[in-house]
Write a protein that binds this ligand. Structure first.
Ligand code: SF4
Length: 296
């Protein structure tokens, strides 16, 4: 077998196994689960059965599935359950089915595992909203099934897929009902769009759509086009550029949030960071406040 043939067989078999998992089948069964709540237009397309137009072969997603399977196999403990199917009924009456990664019935906790390409970045940016929504929905379903008690701990455990970071990064809070209210509203938007035969909000940034959405060509036709580029090095460079661009946008968002929290603060942190605000009067756009944060 040539290296090329081996490569094709290898990926085809792994992807075949991945498509047999419960998670992958949820979409083809025209049900939606908490993990689908990333883009309202995508959920609409799943629910009304619009045929997919693109094949999305993501090695990252595949590795994520195998890491999940490995964790379920090797994590043991009293009261610890893995890959638990949950039926979730939202306050509006909408119902979802999902699979909770790990449930600790003794400590009243639910944990969702996430793999990340850059864990250092994830720590800086914080937990993703769609992940927080997802794990809360599992918690709700588990409480409704009597598997968890009121006010469970909801946890996200981010694992570095690249293997650079030896420890996961863990985010957790006590169950927050407002997150469920927001998720319910999000899904109600989708139900409204279906009822009125409209398109729903396109929530994902186009770069994510291009890489991960099987409806990309039909949903974002304005973004398609151009001559095919097949040189592997060029393709790799284009992907690195896009990832860096998206990271930059996210970093700007995180920086803005931090700037907001630092408003009015001047001083020295215990770990030696100087925080200082200066009024800049001589600017063509008028006076403004400049924030400086630096090592002492
Ligand atoms: S292409 Fe993007 S916006 Fe359209 S359905 Fe897919 S994720 Fe949503």
């Amino acid at each position: 077998m040539s290296p090329e043939e081996y490569e094709l067989t290898f990926m085809a078999q792994l992807q075949g196994a991945d498509s047999k998992t419960n998670r992958s089948q949820q979409t083809s069964m025209r049900k939606i689960g908490p993990s689908d709540l990333v883009c309202r237009e995508r959920v609409r397309r799943i629910l009304i059965g619009i045929p997919k137009t693109d094949s999305v072969a993501s090695t990252a997603a595949l590795m994520g599935t195998f890491i999940h399977n490995g964790i379920s196999q090797y994590r043991h403990g009293e009261g610890l359950l893995h890959d638990i199917e949950v039926q979730i009924k939202l306050p509006s009456g909408l119902e979802l089915t999902g699979h909770a990664d790990e449930v600790d019935t003794i400590n009243n906790e639910v944990t969702d595992f996430k793999t990340a390409t850059d864990l250092a970045y994830r720590k800086r940016a914080g937990a993703e909203d769609s992940h927080i929504r997802q794990v809360h929905l599992y918690a709700l379903g588990l409480m409704q099934a009597g598997i968890l008690k009121e006010n469970p701990t909801v946890r996200l455990c981010y694992i570095d897929r690249s293997g650079r970071e030896p420890h996961p990064w863990v985010w957790q809070i006590e169950y927050e009902p407002n997150v469920i209210a927001a998720a319910d509203e999000w899904l109600t938007d989708v139900a409204y769009a279906i009822e009125h035969k409209e398109e729903a909000s396109r929530d994902w940034p186009v770069g994510m759509c291009r890489r991960f959405c099987p409806w990309y060509s039909s949903c974002r036709p304005e973004d398609n086009g151009g001559l095919p580029v097949n040189n592997p090095k060029v393709v790799e460079a284009a992907n690195i550029y896009l990832q860096a661009y998206e990271d930059e946008i996210e970093a700007k968002r995180v920086k803005e949030q931090a700037r907001h929290l630092l408003k009015g603060v001047d001083g020295l942190t215990p770990d030696g960071l100087v925080v200082r605000w200066t009024t800049i009067n001589h600017s063509v756009n008028g006076p403004y406040e400049r924030l400086e944060v630096r090592h002492q």
